[in-house]
Design a protein around this ligand. Structure first.
Ligand SMILES: [Zn+2]
Length: 96
């Protein structure tokens, strides 16, 4: 979920360095400007605004995570990957 918590650039930078520039959802590397602040435990589930509950996600993971937690995001990512792989398999694969 996109945070309304006004994080300064240097706070965002600190989070970014802590994560080695990697999105904790898809584990890809992104430029800082392409990442968004996320509440690890969503605010709708009484997650805190303090830094231990904040992380940076890439835009697509942040969108996918929505109001969910990380377990739900990883499950959604795995499901998405599985669907992409199924789609890539040749048609005859379903016969086996
Ligand atoms: Zn991601």
């Amino acid at each position: 979920m996109l945070s309304m918590y006004p994080l300064t650039y240097s706070e965002k930078r600190t989070l970014y360095e802590k994560q080695f520039g990697r999105c904790p959802g898809c584990l890809e590397k992104f430029e800082l400007y392409r990442m968004q602040v996320d509440h690890i435990i969503p605010k709708s589930r009484f997650g805190s605004d303090l830094s231990f509950n904040l992380q940076l996600l890439c835009m697509s993971c942040n969108l996918l995570k929505g109001d969910g937690n990380m377990m739900e995001l990883w499950r959604k990512l795995a499901e998405q990957k599985r669907q992409e792989e199924t789609y890539r398999l040749p048609r005859w694969y379903n016969l086996f």
